[in-house]
Design a protein around this ligand. Structure first.
Ligand code: PMP
Length: 362
């Protein structure tokens, strides 16, 4: 117990567990546990960061206009409907702070990202865990769970850790079924890795005032350490988020580096297409070992082992070789391991070591 008790709900928060970044006794690790871009950060972003460092005596921009304008150009969106945050994590937290609270519900799906629940509890709201079916968001289950108290519905598309996608029709059904006071949040952290043409739900946001899209520089842009995310939403929602966010939530280093990365189309195009190629290669290599995975639309593959014991043994075997992959029992997938697509050498090493692990019949 705590000497001074925080508000109710806070002690129900299970602290966020990130991907492992070291292995005991192994000097050289290959980190395939946090869905990072193995070819980042882009050199253009590092150069911009160094230039921006020269004026660090000044406070940063409060309105992020330059970055929002660049986002608007690249994605063909109105910069007035964009808000930037310290990672999409901050956007998720701001949405919960502003739209949920005691007596209200925040819906998330069984295998969805853990920050939805953490941010809902931090805001005093009740998180509602909605089941998925065969590692896919279940639209009917979500529609059935919506009610008068629902304020936010978080859907990760492509899903993390599943890598599966909802169809455009399913997204429309979800938006159509929203209760009066609720927002549908489409978390597009991995949208760049989906089929060409997926816009993260942007067109749906343009059409409806109750749909929000969140995006990040942490994955395809190779800038997880920078902490820049953004949301595209109706002007009312943007106005609300601008009222609750800190005025200097992004520093000049972040703003400058993100803007440079955004203009570096070659980096994103090249690394996303290489990731897609290796994703197909790894899925086939696993299938050849008798390990199934769903077709992935993200920069990882969710390998399905026989059961939790085998998944844990396989993860430990890989860790002993310095290969870090993610156990996802906490996301309701105890028999699975999520393997981030690394460079070609990393993909080959992980496949070879899983083959050796299976061969040993551990
Ligand atoms: N949403 C999803 C689905 C994620 O996987 C992550 C990163 N793990 C985030 C949001 C948060 O990303 P960031 O705060 O780095 O933008």
């Amino acid at each position: 117990t705590h000497a001074i008790a925080p508000r109710s709900g806070i002690l129900d928060i299970a602290p966020y567990i990130g991907g492992a970044s070291h292995a005991d006794g192994v000097a050289e690790i290959v980190k395939l546990s946090s869905n990072e871009n193995p070819w980042g950060p882009p050199a253009s972003a590092v150069a911009a960061l160094e230039r921006a460092a020269r004026t660090l005596n000044r406070y940063p921009s409060t309105d992020h206009l330059a970055l929002r304008t660049a986002l608007g150009e690249v994605h063909d969106l109105d910069p007035g409907r964009i808000v930037c945050g310290a990672g999409s994590d901050e956007i998720i937290a701001l949405l919960c702070q502003a739209y949920s609270g005691p007596g209200t519900e925040v819906l998330h799906t069984r295998h969805g990202f853990s920050m939805y629940k953490i941010s809902a509890l931090a805001a005093g709201a009740t998180p509602v865990d909605v089941p998925e079916t065969d590692r896919r968001v279940d639209v009917d289950a979500l529609l059935g769970a919506m009610g008068k108290a629902t304020r936010l519905v978080f859907v990760t598309n492509p899903g993390n850790p599943t890598g599966t996608m909802l169809t455009p029709d399913e997204l429309v059904r979800l938006a159509d079924g929203l209760p009066a006071d609720a927002l549908l949040v489409l978390d597009g952290a991995y949208a760049e890795y989906a089929d060409d043409g997926y816009d993260g739900g942007a067109a749906l946001v343009t059409e409806r005032e109750n749909v929000v899209m969140t995006r990040t520089f942490s994955k395809a842009y190779g800038l997880g350490g920078l902490r820049v995310g953004w949301a595209y939403a109706a002007p009312d929602v943007i106005d609300v988020l601008n009222r609750v966010r800190g005025p200097f939530n992004l520093g000049d280093l972040q703003l400058a580096a993100a803007e440079a990365a955004l203009h570096d189309r070659d980096f994103v195009t090249r690394t996303v297409s290489e990731t897609k190629r290796l994703r197909g290669w790894l899925a086939e290599a696993l299938a050849a070992l008798g390990i199934p995975s769903d077709p992935s639309s993200a920069n990882y593959v969710l390998a399905r082992l026989a059961d939790q014991a085998e998944a844990e043994a396989c993860e430990a075997h890989l860790r002993a070789e310095g290969l870090l992959v993610r156990k996802v029992a906490g996301y309701g997938l105890p028999e699975c391991l999520r393997i981030t697509i690394g460079d070609e050498a990393a993909c080959r090493r992980v496949a070879d070591n899983i083959a050796r692990f299976r061969g040993q019949g551990v």
